[in-house]
Design a protein around this ligand. Structure first.
Ligand code: NAP
Ligand code: GDD
Length: 338
């Protein structure tokens, strides 16, 4: 679909999880297309608006917790969006073994709370659910597409399968325009530092600056189909502009190992990774997803979507951004000392 600017009265969208990686990129994208954007935030004792600092004055923030049905109803009533993107979730896989019940409450039942809110307030809302390639887990076919059976390997993956099928079920039961994007891993300089790509690029920057001596990692043989978050939020929007509500796999169709990631990131900073990287058995997961590889054929044909940023370019972009940030932090510390 050609990305033409909308002509009529500006459309509106509510994004849950706007303070997260994808929420912030999606807000950037929708604002650039003339949308009125509402973003949901949780009440915190300290603000965590780092990723939306540059746009927070151009959108409206509303307090919502996916655990709290009333807050969802109030937000929908107050904002009356045309589109809802449900990106909020407990999204870190290892935490889902530490907090399996809470992960289920946020990541699984939170979706039903959103769908019930839509059913109650306005059934014409178009709803996007952030499904995940983690649902394929112990993969049943290679590559994975929209018809590949799910075999999740973590409480997070299990919760996402619930969120996926409740979206399909509400579409079929209540005729809602509700779709699920099955997104493979996507990264950026705004990625949380606990995820492996950012953990590596942040460490590279700190090692380069002499602030860190080693990097401890878990399974370096795991393979992922890694894409760039900026490309993936565009696909979310495209899914909600279609005539028919359909689910799509969003992926690059190429996979790399954690070792490939390490090699590219360290080499970009002129470092020999073998001097710094150590395996830490404590970081090995109770059940691992060894290899994910997506088939984005349906999205390419149906949405005319394709990724624009390659894996290598993205990792270099992340290393550069982390180097710049760490250098600025160090300069700031020096300035404060003087
Ligand atoms: P992220 O950076 O971890 O952001 C998660 C967001 O959810 C944050 O804004 C967080 O708010 C919010 N949140 C968590 N629990 C909440 C609750 N109970 N109520 C309200 N908000 C809550 O995740 P992301 O990488 O942007 O991913 C976005 C979505 O896509 C997630 O659903 C994730 O599971 C899914 N997904 C991600 C990928 C990927 O590779 N990135 C791939 C497939 C699917 P706080 O800032 O207050 O913590
Ligand atoms: N986080 C992390 N930290 N992962 C490591 C480490 C480490 O120190 N060492 C090796 N890995 C391996 C993990 O075992 C996994 O196989 C791979 O690196 C990727 O881990 P993450 O970056 O944490 O991502 P994920 O694949 O578990 O989950 C992400 O992608 C899913 C889509 O498939 C998250 O964004 C999920 O929310 C998302 O649904």
């Amino acid at each position: 679909m050609a990305l033409k600017k909308q002509k009529s009265k500006s459309p509106s969208a509510l994004i849950t999880g706007v303070t997260g990686q994808d929420g912030s990129y999606l807000a950037d994208f929708l604002l650039s297309r003339g949308y009125k954007v509402f973003g949901t935030v949780r009440r915190n004792s300290t603000e965590n608006f780092e990723r939306i600092e540059h746009i927070k004055n151009r959108m409206e923030l509303v307090e919502v917790d996916l655990l709290d049905q009333m807050s969802i109803l109030t937000a929908l009533k107050k904002t009356r969006p045309r589109e809802v993107y449900n990106l909020a979730a407990q999204s870190f896989v290892p935490t889902s073994w530490e907090q399996p019940i809470l992960t289920g409450q946020f990541t699984a039942l939170g979706v039903t709370r959103m769908l019930e809110g839509i059913r109650e307030i306005d059934r014409s809302i178009r709803f996007y659910q952030a499904s995940s390639s983690e649902m394929f887990g112990k993969v049943q076919t290679v590559p994975q597409n929209e018809t590949t059976p799910f075999y999740p390997r973590s409480p997070y993956g299990v919760a996402k399968v619930y969120g996926h099928f409740i979206t399909v079920n509400y579409r079929e039961s209540y005729n809602l325009f509700a779709v699920a994007g099955i997104l493979f891993n996507h990264e950026s300089p705004r990625r949380g530092k606990e995820f492996v790509t950012r953990k590596v690029t942040d460490a590279v920057a700190r090692i380069k600056m002499g602030l860190q001596k080693e990097l401890r990692l878990g399974n370096m043989d795991a393979k992922r189909d890694w894409g760039y978050a900026g490309d993936y939020v565009r696909a979310m929007w495209m899914m909600l502009q279609q005539k028919k509500p359909l689910d799509y796999v969003i992926a690059t169709g190429v996979s790399h190992s954690v070792k490939d990631l390490i090699r590219i990131a360290f080499a970009h900073a002129g470092l020999d990774w073998k001097k710094y990287v150590r395996i830490d058995p404590r970081l090995i997961r109770p059940a691992e997803v060894e290899h994910l590889l997506g088939d984005p054929g349906k999205a390419r044909r149906g949405l005319k979507w394709k990724p624009e940023v390659s894996f290598e370019k993205m990792i270099k972009m992340m290393v550069d951004a982390d180097l710049k940030r760490v250098q600025a932090e160090e300069r700031n510390k020096e300035f404060l000392k003087s």
